[in-house]
Design a protein around this ligand. Structure first.
Ligand code: CP
Length: 309
């Protein structure tokens, strides 16, 4: 089976079958990662550049590890230490890198649409590792993989996405994916951090009360306040945010049912999530990180250049 797309730019343009194929391929690769020898030759002779114009810990390391587990050759690019800092354009940078016989691009950029722009200019396959406030498709896929691992299916699962929905590419990719796969989705948080027409545009439930969201959901996917994307204050203070919208042990105990806790990271402990919840027995946050490697192996493998077959 093959994907319906040459690039992985977002979940928006994937079919349900594409998502199922990526998740089932990831399941096979997770099996590989449990073995003493965690490496397969699938992408031998394929060269991949990890082009990061924005900071990252999990996504960049996870892609690099996935590439190494697949026996690909990898190059790492950080904009801050590159000639982009001297004014070189994105397209010039990429064309120079591709001229060194690089086959695939993994790309993170602060501008929404940057990988989409690039995909119209070059032939190499591009995987979007997060573009501005638009999409973060591999995060949504690893989140889905982690939920399927725990619950067996996404069909009918109630997922509340809580926090800064407005500035979150993780929220948008998760909503697209969960709706395509038959889950029920609610977004919750302060009115200033939830887009006004999201209910009509994306067919999700909206509440402004976190307790109500927790009472409704099986899974709470808690998001960071993305202060770096806010050019004006959208809530009074981080302390007051924690009091009104933070997920605390006391709040969870007052609900009296098991809720699976997810977070894409990095966590701002004591703001959107208290430490005893992040590190508690219902948290699958580190499972998400672990599963990211298998999911990214699947995406790279399914988008590999033809010469590697
Ligand atoms: N979840 C996520 O994208 O984390 P990083 O920014 O560390 O890659």
């Amino acid at each position: 089976m093959i994907l319906s797309t040459k690039h992985l730019l977002g979940i928006k343009h994937l079919t349900k079958e594409d998502i199922q194929l990526i998740l089932s391929t990831a399941s096979d690769f997770k099996g590989v990662l449990q073995r003493p020898v965690k490496k397969v030759p699938s992408l031998r002779d394929v060269t991949i550049v990890n082009l990061f114009y924005e900071n990252s810990t999990r996504t960049r390391m996870s892609f690099e590890l996935a590439e190494k587990r697949l026996s690909a050759d990898t190059l790492n690019f950080a904009a801050s230490s590159s000639s982009a800092a001297k004014g070189e354009t994105l397209l010039d940078t990429v064309q120079n890198i591709l001229s060194m016989k690089v086959d695939m691009i993994v790309m993170r950029h602060s501008a929404s649409g940057a990988p989409h722009f690039l995909s119209k200019q070059i032939d190499a396959a591009i995987i979007n590792a997060g573009d501005g406030i638009n999409e973060h498709p591999t995060q949504a896929l690893l989140d889905a993989f982690s939920m399927v691992e725990k619950f067996g299916t996404l069909e009918g699962l109630r997922v509340a996405i809580i926090g800064d929905i407005m500035h979150s590419r993780v929220a948008l990719s998760n909503i697209y994916l969960l709706k395509k796969m038959g889950a029920e989705v609610m977004v919750a948080g302060p009115p200033t951090l939830i887009p006004k027409y999201i209910k009509e545009a994306l067919n999700v439930r909206v509440v402004y009360n976190v307790k109500e969201a927790l009472e409704w959901c099986d899974v709470a996917n808690v998001l960071r306040i993305q202060l770096e994307r806010q050019n004006q204050p959208l809530f009074s203070s981080l302390r007051e945010y924690n009091l009104a919208y933070g997920i605390t042990r006391k709040l969870l105990d007052s609900i009296g049912k098991e809720i699976t806790i997810m977070h894409p990271g990095p966590i701002n402990r004591g703001v959107e999530l208290d430490s005893d919840v992040a590190d508690g027995s219902n948290s699958i946050i580190l499972n998400q990180v672990e599963n990211g490697v298998a999911v990214r192996m699947a995406a790279l493998y399914l988008l590999r250049p033809q010469h590697s077959n």
